[in-house]
Every structure is written in structure tokens, then in C-alpha cells.
Design a protein around this ligand. Structure first.
Ligand code: ZN
Ligand code: ZN
Ligand code: ZN
Length: 127
């Protein structure tokens, strides 16, 4: 009985690791109103608020998600607590596929730290 209750609570909002993480998964590094996305790291299967939090707290290198695994649910919206697939996130136009909360378009400059096999953005967009 107690175990079932706990599992329900966890599915409603996964735990996000990071430094100074608030209730919508902002962290000490990224904390504008739009920085509400947490990413599950492929290496450890743990949600982190950002890669810098992973660098600070994990004892290993980030492993990136190859395109053939983008159907995995590895994106957590801090506003609604729902998980999305990487594919839905990348195709979603900088908003949550579930609740349409706005995400930070600037995050695309960091996609390469989390996802492999990205189609290159505009040339000269070194970010
Ligand atoms: Zn990791
Ligand atoms: Zn961070
Ligand atoms: Zn959402």
C-alpha cells in the first residue's frame, strides 16, 4: 500500500538533480522564467537541470542520446511535470508538448551537449 502511493507521487513529478534546483527545475546556472526543462542523462538515467549540474554533481562524463534513441522519454517539463520524448521536444517549437509552457529557445545552442546526430543548424551558429 505504501509503496503504491510513493510510486504515484514519483510519476507525477520526477526528481530533478542539480544545484539550487527550484520547483520548476531551474538551477543555479539557468534560472530565467523559461528555463524549466530537465534532461535525463543517458549515462545514469537521472534527470538533471542542466549539463553543468551534471558536471558538478556526477562523477562521470555525460553520455549523449543518439538519434535512434530519441523516442525515449528523457525530457521533463518543470511546469507540468510530464515527460516527453526527445524527438517531441526537439520538434516542439520550444514549448512543452503537454502543457504548452514556453521553453527557452536559447537551449538549442546546448543541444549538442545532450543529443548526438543533430542536423547542423545554420552555418556560423557556433553558439
Ligand atoms: Zn550521468
Ligand atoms: Zn545547472
Ligand atoms: Zn509541461
Amino acid at each position: 500500500m505504501e509503496r503504491a502511493t510513493r510510486r504515484l507521487l514519483q510519476t507525477s513529478k520526477a526528481q530533478v538533480h542539480g544545484i539550487g534546483v527550484d520547483g520548476e527545475s531551474r538551477c543555479a546556472h539557468y534560472h530565467t522564467p523559461l528555463d524549466i526543462v530537465a534532461i535525463k542523462m543517458r549515462c545514469c538515467g537521472v534527470y538533471y537541470a542542466c549539463k553543468d549540474c551534471h558536471i558538478a554533481l556526477a562523477d562521470h562524463e555525460i553520455e549523449r542520446w543518439p538519434a535512434n534513441q530519441w523516442k525515449e522519454k528523457a525530457i521533463l517539463c518543470g511546469a507540468c511535470g510530464n515527460e516527453s520524448t526527445i524527438h517531441a521536444y526537439l520538434a516542439g517549437g520550444y514549448q512543452c508538448p503537454t502543457c504548452t509552457a514556453a521553453f527557452n529557445p536559447g537551449c538549442r545552442h546546448h543541444y549538442r551537449f545532450y543529443f548526438e546526430d543533430l542536423v547542423p543548424a545554420q552555418k556560423g551558429d557556433a553558439g
